[in-house]
Structures are given as structure tokens and as C-alpha cells.
Design a binder for this molecule. Structure first.
Ligand code: URP
Ligand code: ZN
Ligand code: ZN
Ligand code: ZN
Length: 457
């Protein structure tokens, strides 16, 4: 063995045991009591938790959007990921009219090979079928390790929206080729109608971002998609769910054996729509917006009772000056917020304070995304898995600030949030990439994860 993490408490989605973890060539080769060191480097994890690295199944790195590009490059975003205990990021490269899936993925891979500090995978956004060519290409994409695709029901003026017919074609093809469709569900026509009305009435503050896409706007679209997933018995992954009514419909459908998976994000668990009344409300503008307390309560309830499968971030930060474009018109605010470095510490802090178990936090942030999206070597601490490991100190008090984050953005919605416990080390395939507050990894270390057809747990 090259490395042994000794005397820690190993926590997985199913177990909590005192054990040592032995690592060789980037893989976990032993988990057991009193492993012999035999010349391996020994890390003492007494009093610490030894956890699988998190998988952030939802990030937008260097994505052209909202009249600019999201603030974190692949380097900055994956550096921040490493420092937050995230050892795999899923990015959302975007296909545009005339482009093939292969072209999109190849161009992103060329960048990630140079820049990625942790492992990465792709869900490819489809915005146009290219007269059917995209449907023909999906089987090959699955063979190449891209087994999920994304559709937006919104962002019409950005040219990203697909109509219902396109969505259903993609959903059926995905079912046929062993892939899954991820969906951003909100109703675009209702949003446009509300925006037009508010602007005409001079209602332009960030609060009207929320009021133009409140609970019912998300719920209608959730229910529409859930209906099709049930009707066609096709897999569906609902990204960043934030509303109670849609959530309940999706959970109900899961009970009927539908292949439906539900993701929510830490920002919906922490903040309510009240943030849009703040002076800096524009910094919280993302879509879907944070909702009322009742929806947040429903999300936590579903986290606890197994209704929600994944917590991921939708990491898509913009700089303050870009958020300022919408000071006097909420429609000009680029949509998206930071999160990749906060996901695991936030959920683990919730566990540390007794809101959920550590096992549950790991299930939501690591084990489930690995299973749902076909990452066989990720998601747990077990012999044969990649040595993606976080050492977590439950005693640390940590206050989030832009100054102790490792991204390129200049502000964070998480400023001032206090956490109980924090990661002290992150290992990516056995290599130390984060150590007591510092990034110690390297650009280009991260590898593309060629995923299996999703076995979906
Ligand atoms: O506001 C958001 N969420 N921006 C990123 C794009 C998306 O909708 O996921
Ligand atoms: Zn979205
Ligand atoms: Zn039907
Ligand atoms: Zn997103």
C-alpha cells in the first residue's frame, strides 16, 4: 500500500465503523482494523471522519449564459470542488443548433484535460435536434460514456429551450439507448406573461424575479414532465427542485415504480424567497428561485424520508458587476449562484448538528449520484473503489466567506453562514488535493469519467 488512513471513523451511506483505509495506485485496496503500515505513508485520522468524496452532479463551469460567461473556469471550479470535498464534478456542456454531441464533448474535454483538478463527467445539454441527427447520435454518446442529457423548458430568448415535442422525442430515445434526460422544469409562457406585466407596472426589483416564477410556475412543468415519464415509462431526473407541489407529484410517481429521480440544491435548503427582498437580492437570483418556507420545509422532509435522491449545487456564479446589470431590472441579472465548495460541508454540517445522519448526507452527495449516473468506481469507501476520500473534522467551527473559498468569483450567497465541522483533507484517487484550508492539487490531474449506462440505483 502507498497510503493508509488510520484510526478514523469510516462513514458510508450504509455503515459507520472504526477502520483503517489502505490505498494503492489510487484505489482503495483494504478497509479493516489495524492494517499493517508496511512502509506506506500513514495519515492519522483519530477523532476524524473518513468519508467518500462528494460528487457534484450539477455544475456550469465557464458556461456562456446571461450575456456573459459563468465566473468559474474549469480550473477554478474544480479547484474549489477539491477544497469542498468534491472529487467528481458533472458539468453541463451545451449543444447548439448545428453542433453534434461529439463536437461539444470533444471541445470540453480538450479544456478539462488541461484544467481539471478533480475528476469530471458530462451531462450534455441538447438545445436543438439538428433535424433528427442528435437522436441518431445518442447511442454512440452513451457508448462514449455520456449517459445523460439535459433539456430546459425555459430560456427561450437564450435559444436553450426545447418544446414539449422535442423533449418527448429525447426522452424516448434516451430510454431506448440506456440514457436519462435531466430536466430544468419551469413554465416559460407563464414566466414571460408575469415578466411583461411586472415590467409594464415598473416592478423591477429582484423580488419580482421570484414573483415571476413562483411555486406554481415550477409545479406545472414538474407535473407535465412527471406525467410523460410515467406514461412512457422513461427515466427522468428533475434537476434543482425547489417547490413543494411539484416535489410531491414526483415523489408520488416514484411510488408507482416510475424511473424518476429528484435533485435539490443547498441554496433551496438554506434560503427562502425572502432573500429577494434584501438590498443584495440580485446576488441570489437563480432559476428556479428560492421559494417560500413551506417548500423549504417540504424539501427537508423529503431529504429525511428518502423522497429526494441527490443534493447537487447548480454551481453557476457570476461576478458582482454582472449581477449589478439587473439593479434596476431583474430580467438583466445573470441567473446562477455559487455552491460547489459549499455542498458537502453544508450537508455534513446539517448531519453534525443532528438534522440528518452522516450516512444520509453521504448517500445524497456521493453514493446516489454515483449509482444514478453510472459511476461504478465512485460513491463509497470500499475495496475496488477510487480512493476519493475526505477527512472531516467534526469539531471545527467554520464561517463561509468569499475570502476562504477557492473559486474565481468575488462574492458568495453563502457569506457568513456558519458550519459545524469541516473537511481538512481531500484525496482524489489517492492524491492529496486539499489540505487544511489550502488547495494542493494540480490542474490537469482530473480524469474524464466514462460512465456506464446508468443503473439508477
Ligand atoms: O440560475 C441558474 N440555475 N443558472 C444556471 C442554469 C440553470 O438553469 O441550471
Ligand atoms: Zn436549470
Ligand atoms: Zn398519459
Ligand atoms: Zn443548472
Amino acid at each position: 500500500m502507498d497510503l493508509i488512513i488510520k484510526n478514523g471513523t469510516v462513514v458510508t451511506a450504509s455503515d459507520t465503523v472504526k477502520a483503517d483505509v489502505g490505498i494503492r495506485d489510487g484505489k482503495i485496496v483494504a478497509v479493516g482494523v489495524d492494517l499493517a503500515a508496511e512502509g506506506a505513508k500513514v495519515v492519522d485520522a483519530s477523532g476524524k471522519l473518513v468519508l467518500p468524496g462528494a460528487i457534484d452532479a450539477h455544475t456550469h463551469l465557464a458556461m456562456p449564459f446571461g450575456g456573459t460567461t459563468s465566473a468559474d473556469s474549469y480550473l477554478a471550479g474544480t479547484r474549489a470542488a477539491a477544497c469542498g470535498g468534491v472529487t467528481t464534478v458533472f458539468d453541463y456542456p451545451m449543444q447548439r443548433k448545428g453542433m453534434s454531441i461529439q463536437q461539444v464533448i470533444d471541445s470540453k474535454k480538450a479544456i478539462c484535460e488541461q484544467e481539471a483538478c478533480v475528476d469530471y463527467a458530462y451531462h450534455c445539454i441538447i438545445t436543438d435536434l439538428n433535424e433528427g441527427a442528435i437522436l441518431e447520435e445518442m447511442a454512440a454518446a452513451v457508448e462514449s460514456g455520456i449517459s445523460s442529457f439535459k433539456c430546459f423548458f425555459v430560456y427561450k430568448k437564450e435559444g436553450m429551450m426545447v418544446d414539449d415535442g422535442t423533449f418527448v422525442q429525447l426522452m424516448l430515445k434516451a430510454k431506448e439507448v440506456g440514457a436519462m434526460i435531466n430536466l430544468h422544469a419551469e413554465n416559460p409562457d407563464l414566466i414571460d406573461y408575469n415578466i411583461e406585466r411586472f415590467l409594464a407596472e415598473g416592478k423591477t426589483s429582484a423580488w419580482y424575479h421570484y414573483l415571476s416564477r413562483p411555486e406554481y410556475v415550477e409545479a406545472e412543468a414538474d407535473k407535465r414532465a412527471v406525467h410523460w415519464a410515467k406514461h412512457f415509462q422513461a427515466p427522468l431526473y428533475l434537476v434543482h427542485m425547489a417547490d413543494e407541489e411539484g416535489l410531491e407529484a414526483a415523489i408520488e410517481a416514484k411510488k408507482d415504480n416510475s424511473d424518476i429521480f429528484i435533485e435539490t440544491c443547498p441554496q433551496y435548503l438554506e434560503f427562502t424567497c425572502d432573500v429577494y427582498k434584501r438590498e443584495d437580492g440580485r446576488n441570489f437570483v437563480c432559476s428556479p428561485p428560492m421559494k417560500a418556507q413551506q417548500s423549504q420545509d417540504a424539501l427537508w422532509k423529503a431529504i429525511k424520508n428518502g423522497g429526494i435522491d441527490v443534493v447537487a449545487t447548480d454551481h453557476c456564479p457570476f461576478q458582482s458587476n454582472e449581477k449589478d446589470w439587473g439593479k434596476d431590472d431583474f430580467t438583466k441579472i445573470p441567473n446562477g449562484c455559487a455552491g460547489v465548495e459549499n455542498l458537502y460541508p453544508y450537508m455534513l454540517s446539517a448531519a453534525n448538528q443532528g438534522k440528518i445522519s452522516f450516512n444520509k448526507a453521504i448517500e445524497l452527495c456521493s453514493t446516489n449520484p454515483a449509482k444514478i449516473f453510472g459511476c461504478a468506481n465512485k460513491g463509497s469507501i470500499a475495496v475496488g473503489k477510487d480512493a476519493d476520500i475526505v477527512i472531516y473534522d467534526p469539531e471545527i467551527d467554520f464561517t463561509i466567506s468569499v475570502d476562504n473559498m477557492h473559486s474565481d468569483y468575488d462574492h458568495t450567497i453563502w457569506e457568513g453562514i456558519q458550519l459545524k465541522g469541516y473537511p481538512i483533507q481531500t484525496y482524489s484517487r489517492g492524491r492529496l488535493v486539499y489540505d487544511h484550508g489550502d488547495f494542493v492539487g494540480e490542474a490537469g490531474w482530473g480524469k474524464f469519467i466514462k460512465r456506464e449506462k446508468a443503473n439508477r440505483g
